[in-house]
Design a protein around this ligand. Sequence first.
Ligand code: SF4
Length: 96
Amino acid sequence: MSTTHETVQIGRFLSVSELFGPTLQGEGLSQGMPAFFVRLGLCNLDCRWCDTPFTWDWTGKNGYAYSKQIELKRMSVDDVFERIMSSAACTPWLPS
Ligand code: SF4
């Protein structure tokens, strides 16, 4: 079976653009709370206002064609989880 869109998660793997943290949430109802961000790639919504086209725009629709090979890394869900947990363990102000 073929699909027209790639999927962010295939099996137990993710297309990861960025892992960032620990940090503090800067907006919304959880502002000021400890946070770890997992930015995924391959979004297929093509929003006009997108500020992260480097995670999905390989054709230059937003003015610049990014390289999927450079911008995304295939990581297992377990490896992402490990990065989050090791980050929390090194940061006493975060709950572990
Ligand atoms: S803003 Fe960008 S990443 Fe977010 S849903 Fe729209 S196209 Fe996807």
